[in-house]
Design a protein around this ligand. Sequence first.
Ligand code: AMP
Length: 214
Amino acid sequence: MKVIMLGAPGAGKGTQAVRVASAYQIPHISTGDIFRANIKGGTELGKKAKEYMDAGNLVPDELVCDLVVDRIKKEDCKNGYVLDGFPRTIPQAEALDKAVEAIGEKVDFAVNIDVPDEAIITRMSGRRACLTCGATYHIEYNPPKKADICDTCGSALVLREDDKPETVKTRLNVYHEQTQPLIDYYTGKNILVTVDGTQNMDKVFSDIKALLGE
Ligand code: AMP
């Protein structure tokens, strides 16, 4: 099964993508995680991506598309995958379609996690991330066992540069301008399903599973 997760930054795409990947035993591919790993590793791609990410802007399509197209050709993707954070623009969606159609297949579902902007702003200011292992928490909805310490690796948790309120406002504007048009794009392809992302995480996940089928 090939699934795309759509939704504003902070809508819960990442959390749900991990669950979908585990339930359907397919790889979780997060472009944000790939860029963060490259930043940490000090690669050329990481250096280029960082300036866009820190400002709350999208990394240019040409730096993203080939990366994903190469990734989904790997052996572990033969039974499908969950794309988290890609596509984020119409040209990215077209590049994905082209790659998938080239092997005679299609994307099965685009899952839209719907959350109003006001709720997003409240949520993001409470997010905390571990820059060592990539785990994410929320001080209210998903707190670590010990305040500001990662449960998984014990590192200090931080408010990510791109989760700071000024950056969140830019990211929401970018989302409405560049990513929201994908809702119509996938509606037109009859593969869009929408869930209410303001519900608790378990309910959001059970709604997604009901739509995707067992
Ligand atoms: P995320 O973790 O998915 O919220 O991504 C964090 C940041 O990485 C975004 O705000 C963008 O700057 C960049 N990014 C991730 N995926 C993409 C993409 N598909 N296209 C452009 N930029 C991206």
